[in-house]
Design a protein around this ligand. Sequence first.
Ligand SMILES: [Fe+2]
Length: 278
Amino acid sequence: MNSKETFPLRGKVNRSISDRRGQMKIALISDIHSNGPALDAVLAHAAGADKIVCLGDVVGYGPDPAYCVRRLRELNVVTVAGNHDTAIGAGRIPAAWRRVARATAEWTQGCLDEAARKWLSQLPTTWEGEGMVATHDLDRSGLSLPFGRQTAPVLLGRIQGGFTAFGHSHLPVGVFEGERRWLSRRLRPNLVYPGGGGTRILFETGSLLAVNPGSVGEPRDGSSGAAYAEVDLGSRVLTFHMVSYNSGELLHHIQAAAMPSDLRSAMFAFFGFPEQSR
Ligand SMILES: [Fe+2]
């Protein structure tokens, strides 16, 4: 595959946005999925950031939807709508969703007051500012396409200007123009230091095209922590973090939440808790 195929937008990136030199450090968080302990760990770890941008799916699947919404609202976190947020906020849960997604979405609706549902339903699909564009589903097909040789041209074709931060696939990735490379989930285990300083990538001015910080609440790359990323366009550093948190707390929250036993079992299985711990 040549570079033109891999990066079809070469030369079309909005340089006036990409080259902006500020000192702002932006924390990118995504796919929290009602995992309160994971969100707390990430917010504490990212306390030095100047701004936090959430790329959607605040709720769905996990036991702490009201808490996660409240924390983001308290902290005025810029948040775009994930597909779970939109469905749950508007009360329109797609029939095509898998059983655990549908069941937890219906339960989540009952956990949220009107103000929280309204906040979710009114989240914008995109946000633009600070030299970046934020959106939940870069592909917008609902297929959660991860970056790879086959999908990169399609996904990069969605980028409109500046660098785009997105979520949805729960797989961390950084994409850089001109280097024909991206960090995939296969590379990540060798690059991430759990509980440590993260994976730092120094990029050339204007070369950062897209970032998926991975999932706070439910990483799908085999990691057991909470993933997020920090980007500093001024010093041109992108850092992927994997923060450890007490998953026993999450277990306890599921055990303590009021829900039917079959839903509790499904939630345990979704977060990977072994049968004997339930
Ligand atoms: Fe998600």
